[in-house]
Design a protein around this ligand. Structure first.
Ligand SMILES: [Zn+2]
Length: 401
């Protein structure tokens, strides 16, 4: 009797051990799947991106031959969700994805400087001061960066509101965090960038608009004088003006310059075919024709990068000035977000688009892994016996009778 009892006890322990072992294996599989889809996948995909080559001849012939190439990263429309329209799960998911993508890009690509082309927040246009503080805290955590990498942010309509809802208060609180209001000129490794407050280019003479225009004209004067001084043209109006590298600037702004629609845009991440022919509204989807002309006259840029449309496009202004629409960096707006990598010298530049993992692909991996786990559990519970074993089981039963 006692022997039978101890046999039963051993069998029970063995059964429990087997079950424990199986559960442990399942747990390992789930953890591995999570590590791959939420962490490693960013490394696998972004590892394939590389800094484009710039023409060395151009670099050698320039006066800045000793200057190294500036590695700049451009992304746009992160739209961190706010407390009113953002669901907590949506927020958590999107922000995790962007944080992982950004942090992986920083560690693998080591850019010198990163520019975000506006609409950092989704609800900056109406958020309370408390909600704003919370959004800013999350932004600073997601987009944390080492000292060797600079982060510059251009203002967008979702950060301070469209022109009709933009106030000095909203612009000031944005400026407090990002040190950007009307416009800014920054020079790195001999390359000039002009950051534009495109929301303030309404042209109606409002206080913020007048300030922005005045600031841009001042910057344009500074740049023009630097170019004239480089060519040894003396100009009285330039006396006392700080000398900058004579390189033509790169414009960075949220709204694109005026274009009729996205009909001419090509590429896998351009607008959807049904949206491409929708005409753009001036001062809403794109800058007005007048403001666009002014920017081209003032700065004679060699390149323009803008955001706002969430889709990709390449436009040529006046037959020679390229503008790149940088698509949204958030999976909430696209299945295939991306950022632009630019190798830039004072005389030349070369751009490359780095795509992030496709959200649909990550979802497919989860679905396949989920189905496999389901099958394993079914097999373990012996509800999934193949017909052969089932028949054998029946015969054995029959013989016993
Ligand atoms: Zn926008």
């Amino acid at each position: 009797m006692s022997v039978m009892r101890s046999d039963l006890g051993t069998m029970k322990i063995l059964h429990l051990k087997k079950r424990g072992c199986f559960l442990l294996k399942l747990l390992c599989l789930v953890v591995l799947m999570l590590i791959f889809c939420e962490f490693l996948v960013y490394y696998v995909v972004i590892f394939q991106c590389h800094w484009p080559e710039v023409k060395i001849e151009a670099l050698r012939s320039s006066r800045q031959s000793s200057a190294s190439v500036l590695k700049a990263m451009f992304l746009s429309d992160t739209h961190l969700l706010g407390e009113i329209k953002g669901h907590w799960l949506d927020k958590l998911r999107r922000e995790w994805q962007m944080e992982r993508a950004f942090q992986t890009a920083l560690s693998l690509l080591e850019p010198d400087i990163v520019f975000i082309l506006g609409d950092v927040f989704d609800e900056g246009k109406w958020s309370s001061s408390q909600a704003w503080a919370d959004d800013v805290r999350r932004f600073q955590k997601m987009f944390r960066h080492p000292v060797r990498t600079e982060l510059m942010v251009v203002v967008g309509n979702h950060d301070i509101g469209f022109h009709y809802e933009m106030t000095t208060y909203k612009l000031k609180r944005f400026a407090k965090v990002f040190n950007f209001t009307s416009g800014k000129l920054i020079t790195r490794k001999g390359v000039n960038f002009v950051m534009v407050n495109s929301v303030a280019l309404e042209g109606d003479g409002c206080t913020v608009c007048s300030r922005a225009e005045a600031k841009l004209m001042k910057l344009s004067h500074k740049l023009n004088c630097s170019q004239q001084q480089e060519q040894n043209h003396s100009n009285k109006r330039c006396s006392g003006v700080e000398q900058l590298p004579a390189s033509e600037p790169i414009l960075l702004q949220h709204y694109p310059l005026y274009r009729r629609s996205d009909a001419e845009c090509t590429g896998e991440d351009s607008a959807l075919p049904e949206e491409k022919n929708t005409p753009f509204k001036e001062k809403y989807d794109v800058l007005s024709r007048e403001a666009s002309q002014k920017l081209l006259w003032w700065f004679h840029p060699r390149l323009i990068l803008s955001g706002h449309t969430h889709s990709a496009c390449e436009v040529l202004h006046n037959g020679k000035i390229p503008e790149i629409s940088v698509p949204s960096f958030s999976w909430r707006n696209r299945n295939n977000p991306s950022f632009i990598m630019g190798s830039i010298t004072p005389t030349d530049f070369s751009l490359y688009k780095c795509f992030l993992p496709l959200e649909s692909r990550v979802t497919t991996i989860y679905c396949i892994a989920g189905a496999l786990l389901g099958l394993l559990i079914l097999a373990h519970l012996q509800l999934f016996n193949p017909p052969f074993y089932f028949a054998q089981h029946l015969i054995r039963k029959h013989k016993a009778v």
